[in-house]
Design a protein around this ligand. Structure first.
Ligand SMILES: [Ca+2]
Length: 118
């Protein structure tokens, strides 16, 4: 009985862990889809090449959120949410998020910024 109870617990915890991982990944994909629909980044832009690093601290997306991603954390996945943070400068590099997005640079990476200030 004890063995069965422990086995059931392990199975339940494994399923829950898998759900958390899948839910997190699909949330990220939904953000990416919404972002691309709204801004349509150019294929050669740093944004397009960054993949998950647009909002995460790594390209794999398995690490935490960067400063741009943190502005979207726990918010509804909607175009209006993205628009609501356009005027902010998430990475503090002197360029607003929307100026970076228009230039194709990363709004969550201080080292990636437009070549000239607008
Ligand atoms: Ca910026």
């Amino acid at each position: 009985m004890n063995y069965i109870t422990r086995s059931i617990r392990i199975i339940i915890l494994t399923v829950l862990a898998a759900l958390v991982i899948v839910t997190g990944a699909s949330a990220t994909l939904t953000w990416t889809k919404t972002f691309c629909k709204l801004y349509n980044p150019k294929p050669e832009s740093a944004i397009n090449k960054a993949g998950c690093a647009l909002c995460h601290t790594s390209a794999s997306g398995t690490d935490g959120l960067n400063c741009y991603g943190k502005l979207l954390e726990n918010k509804k996945v909607k175009k209006s949410t993205l628009k609501s943070i356009e005027s902010k400068d998430a990475d503090g590099d002197g360029f607003s998020n929307i100026d970076e997005i228009k230039a194709g640079t990363l709004p969550g990476d201080k080292k990636s910024k437009p070549s000239t200030k607008k």
